[in-house]
Design a protein around this ligand. Sequence first.
Ligand SMILES: [Zn+2]
Length: 283
Amino acid sequence: MKDDLRRKAGKDFLQIRSYVNEDGSELPVLKFETLEQYSFLEHCYSLRDGGVSEGIYASMNLSYARQDDPENVRRNYERIAGIFGRHAEDVVVTRHEHGTHVIRVDHAGEPEPAEMRYDGIVTNVPGVVLCALAADCMTVIFADPVQKAVGVCHSGWKGTLGRISREVVQTMTREYGTDPKDVICGIGPSICGDCYEINDEIAGKFLEGFPGHGAEILVDKHNGHQMLDLHKCCEITLKECGVRTVLVTDVCTMENPEHLFSHRVMGNAHGNIGAFIGIKEEV
Ligand SMILES: [Zn+2]
């Protein structure tokens, strides 16, 4: 894929890495070079490109919850999981409810009970691939190279306000002895602060939730609307709990609808992109 992504200056550059699908077509994904340096882990952020879904889901839709053909979604997971040397069945996906619930998973397959909802997942088991879905909302991946543990979460405005990212770090500390200062976080392709317009009511919640940070996270348009920088909110949350390295996407979903799904651009007629992270099995 030619790199025709519109990028944000001053953010962390997401590399395009290309793989070959079983039919010879190209599977491009995005990765942070900083995370590629750790040989124990694999990660990627999917694009719209490289899948088999059609129409409004073309082509790499990863959501079974939309009206896409489930067999196409499964084949899309199979392709992405292949990057990890794994299969669709090895992927554990958030069942998000815009909350702050984080679960630990120790094996692949669907967590029980089926009605359980969770916006974050952690694991230290090699071969389990974690995934969070979005289409403008943030996805965040977490890697602890010392305890060899990983996490992922979906963080929309509600989860961001509820500090879901802190919940993931604290869960890793509780379950795996993770020291937050060792954790490297990557905020994946999502809506940027120049594009995310909210009303004064929601802005008020963020002023309350992030006291002293108003000037960093909000720009008041004085028409009942404000621009909110979710990435900055997430960075503040992670720094507050001791994380030192936070990589922030330079690719905004709303500015790149040709390559990414964006709820704000497409309304309800869209698929979902995903953030993936996992620990490699020993070879
Ligand atoms: Zn943007």
